[in-house]
Design a protein. Structure first.
Lengths: 391, 391
DNA sequence: TTGATAACTCAATCGACTTGAGTTTTTATG
DNA sequence: CATAAAAACTCAAGTCGATTGAGTTATCAA
């Protein structure tokens, strides 16, 4: 499914321009407002080049002029900012039981979120549903179709047939398909496909706690537990697109080694509760139980702390991220509780004096993170210089 | 020590050319011999552009013409190959007790390897020793100094003050220093600094089992256990250059959770043997014990298998590499034994039908891997297109 | 023998960045 | 308050490097 880059492409004038557009957009994005001269200094481009690129971006509607700023002597700089309405992205999350749609603007604001239950998951049927929901969403968000920059699609990983494939719960009919090009043709849009954790990581980068981070990990609570890895602004996907399958790692727990996601995940919590006669099928119910300080849930949290701490230590030492973000389909209170209850290893490369970000953060994107992240993939791509790869 | 990229640089004609030179070199390297037209097709450049670049590379001595190849009709292609003598790299490994030097040619062949015991490790003293050994090595390898492309330096990680810093065993005087620029000035060469595992990973890419791989992990047996991560030809260094500190991960073992490198590392084996009255301080002694089927060593290997298997599973599921390479200061027989004794989890993203590389490989670079890898960093850099970053 | 095919070269063109001179606006200074 | 320094920006020319298209050469197949 996920072809890997075996050859890197050469550069030419056109590809330089496209790279430089991204560089400029990225700089504007992270500065908020910024003048040409400052961009030129930061990027090593001449002010003239920046001027030309900005003129183009303004003409395309991606940037807008936004005031002046005087910094001491000299002509005050004309500032530019992102035009949130300059482009939009469609996010699609396909689950075995439901279809979720999100529309984001360039600034990462969610303009519309839709959800629909799926009875069948055949690609053709799902595709017609996506098209319907897309149209509904665009109407409600008042977004003209031609301003859609692309679509991101989240499918349950892992991709390809691997030892983790567990076809019962997943989307067997989709595994054989080159989803990106299949959907691109039918939606008439560029399409990017990712797993939930990677998408969620991008949601936080585009409009969440990771806005100013370039290297971080995102622990995604879905059915199981996934990890999205961002290194230097780009997703680390591994050789086959399946990096981050942390849920199956064995970690030490209170009663010996356990599979991480058997100890720390929403399903794990629900099973723990069910065995004690407490049934919580929705996130809302879990949240209520947490607020009511349900003793069984507390017990589960207490038992989850140790394996969770080991997972955090493992991620820190293997990946040396700026921070680890927690999010996904788990009530915020519970995520915060996990963060508070973790034993942060002193024996970690992340235990450093000069850090300016907490070692753990809770994400902001809430339960629709994956669909939102799917759209964020598209937006992030516009802002992140790529090494052009593959054919 | 390791400044991180906060801004990506813009492209211009000159930087495009430098990118394209790397792209062409990389293609020649992995094809062995190749003609202009094929490079053009593979990279998306015009044949004319490839011609110009090749002319430049030939003039610089990096490529040589190497025969013709006829593929059916049409003019047979003039083939080009790397000129191994077109450039050389110096590799330096600085350990608390010794200094190791390696000189590689462009093809990754080692022309000279030197080792010297260090009594003191003050930067000034070490620097003079490096200069001396460099001169000796260049003389013995008959390499003119002006053909040195740069120097790679391996220092014991982790970099910066972290929870893993264990200053007793390391090089405290070096921690405060910006080693790369400090040495660059004194050696009058571009200098790159990495930890041992990352360097070792590059050694295998430049002239070992990873020649044709782009995404893999390297488990490095030094004093402890480190992990070098290569994703899409580039080292994954984490936010602070300390990614891959796997040795401190807690993994399940035969008697409960253990620190991985307490179970699987050269020091672990030596301690195990010492407790049983067998003293093996050198790699050679370990190798002899292994060949003699020493029961204590066998017992250690048996006990190491489980934690090692967990580590492998963890790496596979977190990073989805093409393969995991084992190497470093551990006798080959023992590495092979570990590879044979590992229980490869079926429950892994690496368990896939379409793989064409074994899940585990032993590296080829032997005990001087890190110094050799240091030099390989320089060579790899010439071949690997970079996203230009930072100021 | 002849034509198709492929690799390669030459010369012209083009796109995008850089350079340097000049304009405008603001602030600091005497 | 006048003036000079400083900074942002624009204009026009120059340069670098890739592309394009026509032309040459060598090989193979019919």
């Amino acid at each position: 499914m996920t072809a890997r880059s075996d050859t890197v492409r050469g550069a030419n004038a056109g590809r330089s321009r496209s790279h430089n557009r991204r560089v400029v957009l990225d700089k504007v994005r992270d500065a908020g407002k910024i003048g040409r001269a400052e961009i030129a200094r930061a990027t090593g481009l001449s002010t003239q080049a920046v001027s030309n690129i900005i003129a183009e971006l303004v003409a395309d509607g991606l940037l807008v002029e936004d005031g002046r700023r005087s910094a001491g002597r000299g002509l005050p700089a004309l500032l530019y900012a992102l035009n949130p309405k300059g482009g939009f992205a469609l996010g699609v999350e396909i689950r075995p039981d439901a279809l979720l749609i999100s529309v984001l603007d360039l600034a990462g604001q969610e303009l519309c979120a839709l959800r629909e239950t799926l009875d069948t998951t055949s690609p053709d049927w799902v595709c017609t549903r996506i098209r319907d929901l897309r149209d509904t969403a665009l109407r409600s968000a008042r977004v003209p179709a031609q301003k859609l920059l692309g679509a991101g699609v989240v499918l349950p990983g892992p991709f390809g047939t691997t030892g983790l494939s567990d076809s019962a719960s997943e989307l067997p009919e989709w595994q054989q398909l080159d989803v990106a090009s299949w959907l691109a043709e039918r939606l008439d849009l560029p399409v990017m496909v990712e797993n939930d954790a990677n998408a969620a990581a991008m949601a936080e980068r585009v409009a969440g706690v990771a806005r100013e981070l370039h290297t971080y990990a995102y622990l995604y609570f879905g059915a199981g537990l996934g990890l999205g890895l961002v290194q230097d602004r780009r997703l680390m996907r591994g050789a086959f697109g399946n990096a981050g399958e942390i849920g199956h790692a064995m970690v030490p727990g209170p009663d010996g080694a356990v599979v991480l996601e058997h100890a720390v995940s929403r399903v794990a919590a629900q099973k723990h509760l069910a065995r004690r006669g407490v049934h919580a099928t929705t996130g809302g119910q879990l949240e209520t139980l947490y607020r009511e300080a349900n003793p069984h849930l507390r017990q589960w949290l207490d038992r989850a702390a140790e394996p969770f701490s080991h997972a955090v230590a493992m991620i820190e030492n293997l990946l040396d991220p700026q921070t680890i973000i927690l999010g996904g389909a788990m009530p915020e209170g519970i995520l915060d509780h996990l963060i508070d209850s973790v034993t942060l290893s002193e024996h970690s490369v992340s235990n450093r004096a000069d850090r300016n970000v907490p070692r753990l953060l809770r994400g902001r994107s809430g339960p629709m993170t994956a669909a939102r992240g799917a759209a964020a993939l598209v937006i992030n791509q516009r802002f992140t210089p790529q090494i052009p790869a593959g054919h």
